[in-house]
Write a protein that binds this ligand. Sequence first.
Ligand code: ATP
Ligand code: MG
Ligand code: MG
Ligand code: MG
Length: 439
Amino acid sequence: MRLSRYYLPILKENPKEAEIVSHRLMLRTGMIRQQSQGIYSWLPLGKRVLDKVNRIIREEQDRSGAIELLMPTLQSAELWQESGRYDAYGKEMLRIKDRQDRPMLYGPTNEEMITDIFRSTVKSYKSLPLNLYHIQLKFRDEIRPRFGTMRSREFLMKDAYSFDLTREGAEHSYNKMFTAYLRTFARMGLRAIPMRADTGPIGGNLSHEFIILADTGESEVFCHRDFVNFDIPAEDTDFDDVGGLKKIFDQWTSVYAATSEMHDEAAFDAIPEGERLSARGIEVGHIFYFGTKYSEAMGAKVQGPDGKEHIVHMGSYGIGPTRLVPAIIEASHDENGIIWPASVAPFDVVVINMKAGDEACDKACEEIYAALTRAGKDVLYDDTDDRAGQKFATADLIGVPTQIIVGPRSIAQGEVEVKDRKTGARDTMTVEAAINRVN
Ligand code: ATP
Ligand code: MG
Ligand code: MG
Ligand code: MG
């Protein structure tokens, strides 16, 4: 991508409305734009990051055996009357009427709809276990939307729903998601801690919130320091290995971790002082096992091996991609801007032409740009005629992991500079070596 032809509406001033660093940086870099309260557009730079976050989520959902579909944002109120949640959900639900005066709603979550799909299509235990997910916009009319896309009214959610014949089966499905979540967040450079959580209006009795520790987090959390050292499950984890996944679950739930709603002061105080962590955190994911709550109310059952009908056991599993993007920034930035982990960076590398129009600079930049693009890298080429200082500031601000800086003096020796955004380390090398460094 040539910056001269790209759309990167960077703000010169710090936006006054932004209270936390991620919100400030997302506005300044032109990643997002507020359209009305708690409702955002994702501009091209932001969209690139969001797509990479979603790709990691998809890969890990697929690896665990979940299957993607896409449900609509608008739902009929009837389904929610069946489950009994239409009245219970309250003001967070945006209710609308269509031209025939039928009550509709903008889905805040999809348990009812997926249960409806399941009950009308699945009849036998032989189709189980089944886990269906989608990544779709949700709407919740939050009392206090704030911090940009961290708590917005319209937001993206990956929500998965599992169906099993038995409670034991459902626990294995839960452990699959638990394991997939550990991998998902780790791949984004985050350490998310699973904490025992309240099940809230979704209902049920087994639930974990995945929390990123951050001073700007809205949740108050308490946990053991040991979490920092636990291993992330490997890429070749066997998701059909019931005992193996149980072991992962057991380890990650072996030490204390709870949100304030579930906090047990006495249990926490029993941990030696130096090993206790009392902090703030951001909820980036939440998983529930809720048994037959919806399947019973909505008649989702299958024929079992015994020939009888069985109400299915269900779980639901959410991740907030549009909250994850600011959470990653909260965890990874400095005074000059964002520092993207490579896995979610909008571009892998930025090529900075310090003197656009200079023949040698232009030629070297074009060569690097072409070679890296051919190699499948996402390359941003700053070919504008801005001042060099301005270009450096922009590159740092948008946080691309590697910068290749091409200036007239060094290119005369056939050399360029490669800067690592995170460490700030700069190395001088040949054009070829720079290309190889990024490859
Ligand atoms: P919170 O406690 O922050 O209000 P929640 O518990 O209501 O979140 P869930 O119903 O568990 O949210 O939804 C699953 C995931 O969706 C959350 O873990 C979070 O990552 C994301 N999410 C929920 N509400 C919002 C929101 N208003 N803006 C952005 N992401 C959200
Ligand atoms: Mg909420
Ligand atoms: Mg919550
Ligand atoms: Mg939650």
